[in-house]
Design a binder for this molecule. Sequence first.
Ligand code: SF4
Ligand code: SF4
Ligand code: SF4
Length: 253
Amino acid sequence: MGERPKAAFFSFTCCEGCQLMVLSCESELPDILRQVDIVNFREAMTERSEDYDIAFVEGSISRKEEARKLRKIREKAQVVVALGACSSTGGLNCLKNAYPMSYVQKEVYGKNAPKQKAFETEPVKPIDAFIKVDYYIHGCPIPKKEFLSVLTALLMGNVPKIANYPVCVDCKMAGNICVFEKGKTCVGPVTRAGCDAICVTYGCVCWGCRGYIDDPNTGAHEETLKRYGLSAESVMKAFNLYGECKKGRGREP
Ligand code: SF4
Ligand code: SF4
Ligand code: SF4
């Protein structure tokens, strides 16, 4: 990478909320722009360049054309960072995979859609089903502080540190009372921390948007569930918003 690396932001199937989180780093942006040359960021600027070192890729892949574009990005970038749940695990978009694609096309684009190429769609996959990903920033949306720490590490030539322990740790540090004590359920015990357990802190439960930790202690989680008269199966069924695509994924040729 040159002295002032070039960074590009791309989005595929998603709501672009993670790019919005990057843009909401208002206080830090002037410093960032002194250190990094942002050359591609559709949500923020009209200029485009195909010359970049770091590619931040948001969104999951749901069309052949997206997969082709993604592979080109990988060829050009030295470092590829998956930005957010859609990109890292498939995210919310994976809900679509529970239905036949023709049904999905009709629901979204009308009854003639399955016959038209313009409305082509495929089961959703995370970007690492198609390309090698160097680093992941998790969450739906990503936490600003995680984006800033990953970017800082990359600029300093360090390996970004991403939490690999459960959300329960963040939750205890935030001083929350466990929702199991209030008769609710939560997938914090198997979900990757790094979000300060924000959903629990603000009165909700953890839905698992940051995906599973690398080696989740599902045995311990099951024991906790049993203690509260619940089974892992029923909880995972109720918490199927995130992470479905990651199961059994394999790189596409
Ligand atoms: S991870 Fe969530 S916030 Fe980010 S692009 Fe996907 S749906 Fe939007
Ligand atoms: S199970 Fe949920 S509410 Fe309980 S400590 Fe873990 S993250 Fe917090
Ligand atoms: S508490 Fe759970 S659902 Fe909420 S941001 Fe953290 S990982 Fe995502």
